[in-house]
Structure formats: C-alpha cells, structure tokens
Ligand binder design. Structure first.
Ligand SMILES: Cc1cc2nc3c(=O)[nH]c(=O)nc-3n(C[C@H](O)[C@H](O)[C@H](O)COP(=O)(O)OP(=O)(O)OC[C@H]3O[C@@H](n4cnc5c(N)ncnc54)[C@H](O)[C@@H]3O)c2cc1C
Ligand SMILES: NC(=O)c1ccc[n+]([C@@H]2O[C@H](COP(=O)([O-])OP(=O)(O)OC[C@H]3O[C@@H](n4cnc5c(N)ncnc54)[C@H](OP(=O)(O)O)[C@@H]3O)[C@@H](O)[C@H]2O)c1
Length: 246
C-alpha cells in the first residue's frame, strides 16, 4: 500500500466515542463519493490500518466519521487524535459503493445507514449528481440513541434546499426521540412506517443503497427481496447496492 501524510485539522465530537476527523491529505488521488481510504499508523509490529468511507468529496481536507470500538485495535488510537496529529492515509481510494455502480434507470434513491454507515451518503449529498439524477432522495439513519444522530444540521440544510425531494428519517432503537421513528430500520420496514414517513415506496423504480451493521444489511435485504427487489449486478440489473463495514 502506498501511504501519504495526513494531518488532523479538526475533530468534531458528536457524542462520546463518535467523532469526525477532518484530515488534510493533499496527496490523495481523486476519488468518487462513496469510496473508502485506509487510515493507520506504522507500529513496531507492522503497519496497523483499517478502511474508512470518506465523508466528503475529494478535496485537500477529507472527513472521516468514526465510532470507537472499545476493544478494537485502531479506533481507540483514532479517538485520541487531536488537532495537529499525523496519520497515514492511503494514496488511492477503493470501493464500488458509488452512484456509478447503481442501476441507471432508477427514479429515486434510498440511502440507508446504521451508525457511521452514514459517511458515504454525506459525501454523495455534497455533490450534485445525486440531486440531478433522482426525483427523490431518502436518507434513513438508524442509531441506538438520539445523541448518535450526527450531521443533523447538514441534513436539515438539504431539506431546506430540496424540500419534498429530500426526506431524512432518523430511526432510534434504544430511546424515544421526538421526530424519529422508534425501533430498528427493519421493524419500520415491516410495519410500513418507514415508507409512510418518507413518502416513498420500496419498488423496482428505486435504487436502495445500504451501509453499516452487517446484520441490518442481511435482514433488510431479505425484506426487500420479499418485496420483489434484487441485488444489483452489472450483468443482472437489480436495485440493491450494499457496503458491509464488518
Ligand atoms: C469499506 C469499509 C468502510 C468502512 N468505513 C467506516 C467508517 O466510515 N467509519 C467507521 O467507524 N468504520 C468504518 N469501517 C470499519 C473500520 O474499517 C474498522 O473495522 C473499525 O473502525 C474497527 O477497527 P478497530 O481496529 O478499532 O477494530 P478491530 O480490532 O479491527 O475489531 C473489528 C471488530 O470490531 C467490530 N466493528 C468494526 N466496525 C464496527 C462498527 N462501525 N461498529 C461496531 N462494531 C464494529 C466488528 O465486530 C469487527 O469484527 C469500514 C469498514 C469497511 C470494510
Ligand atoms: N455513540 C456511539 O454510537 C458509540 C460510542 C462509543 C462506542 N460505541 C460502540 O461502537 C460500536 C457500534 O455502535 P453503533 O451504535 O454505531 O452501531 P450498531 O450496534 O450497529 O447499532 C446501530 C443501529 O443498528 C441497529 N441494528 C443492530 N442490528 C440490527 C439488525 N439486525 N437489523 C436492524 N437494525 C439493527 C441497532 O439497533 P439495537 O439498538 O436494537 O441494537 C442500532 O439502532 C459498538 O461497539 C458501541 O459500543 C458507539
């Protein structure tokens, strides 16, 4: 792997253990919103690194939305970084969780995430393509607690700018929060509450991107398959496009 030097310019803490690092890494090659880079450090026993979706489009300073996995190897180190700290950033992004890899004919798009799976969508919504290509964009963010609903001011700005063409649907599983669906994304699909709240149906006319917790991805995919949607493949077009974080 080829590494470039990154410097932390700013750290935004959304909740304890949930943060965004803005890292100046001007040597990173151009990439598509939705792709990921590796972040890490050279350690005595080798290079320790992990993939992270970039939460911003390509530019000199790149955003990464990260959660602390308490018994993890890298995130406790990332969590301790402050402004001015240095970090290795891979020179080239990778991944096919991008609008380029979504079916061409979809009229609308669901952007479904749990936790930090919101990151690739933040990057996409900062660029024009998603707004130009789709009649309706729906962001569904499933989290444990209301305090984990990061990026709300930015999401609300999209709502102000795009009106009914954009829906932001927070789903909170472990407490009741005003303006959010209570429970899991999967239960809100089964009950019909997700479609009702967002004003969009799951149909073959919509692309469904989903990212984050692997159990949520598997269960949501099964529910969508029951509704007649299929995984999108280049040779067998469908609607569902997935990014697994672990
Ligand atoms: C393509 C891709 C993009 C990713 N983008 C992001 C991102 O934008 N933000 C982010 O925070 N993470 C992201 N991840 C996860 C990230 O790469 C690491 O796995 C994570 O940060 C844990 O690293 P660690 O060294 O602390 O834990 P490790 O010591 O590697 O332990 C890994 C274990 O931690 C658990 N785990 C990993 N990630 C999570 C998570 N997000 N929530 C709960 N449990 C988890 C799993 O059980 C996993 O087996 C992404 C992963 C992939 C494959
Ligand atoms: N503020 C934070 O977010 C924070 C801070 C510090 C550390 N951490 C750690 O980071 C790790 C990840 O936490 P996280 O909260 O970001 O991610 P998470 O455990 O994946 O939970 C995010 C959301 O996904 C839901 N979910 C889990 N399994 C699902 C399934 N099968 N179908 C549908 N929805 C499902 C959860 O519901 P349930 O609540 O029902 O499980 C929750 O609403 C954990 O180890 C946590 O301890 C998190």
């Amino acid at each position: 792997m080829k590494w470039t030097r990154g410097v932390v310019k700013r750290k935004v803490t959304w909740a304890e253990g949930l943060f965004t690092l803005e890292i100046k890494a001007p040597e990173v090659a151009s990439f598509e919103p939705g792709q990921f880079l590796q972040l890490g450090f050279d350690e005595a026993d080798g290079h320790l690194h992990r993939p992270y979706s970039v939460a911003s489009p390509h530019r000199e300073t790149l955003d990464f939305f990260i959660v602390l996995v308490e018994d993890g190897r890298l995130t406790p180190k990332l969590c301790k970084l402050e402004e001015g700290a240095e970090i290795d950033v891979s020179a080239r992004a990778a991944g096919s969780f991008t609008l380029k890899h979504c079916p061409e004919e979809s009229k609308s798009i669901w952007l479904i995430a749990t936790g930090t799976g919101l990151a690739p969508y933040i990057a996409m919504m900062r660029e024009q393509e998603v707004w130009e290509r789709y009649e309706k964009v729906v962001v569904v963010h499933g989290v444990r607690h209301g305090s984990d609903l990061a990026y709300q001011p930015e999401l609300i700005e999209h709502r102000v700018k795009y009106g009914d063409r954009f829906a932001y649907v927070p789903v909170v599983s472990r407490e009741s929060v005003d303006g959010a669906i209570e429970g899991r994304i999967t239960t809100a699909i089964t009950s019909g509450e997700l479609e009702k709240t967002s004003g969009l149906e799951f149909s073959t006319e919509s692309c469904v991107m989903m990212c984050g917790n692997p159990a949520m991805l598997d269960e949501t995919e099964s529910l969508l398959v029951e509704r007649g949607l299929t995984k999108h493949k280049r040779k067998e077009p469908g609607q569902i496009v997935v990014e697994r974080y672990w």
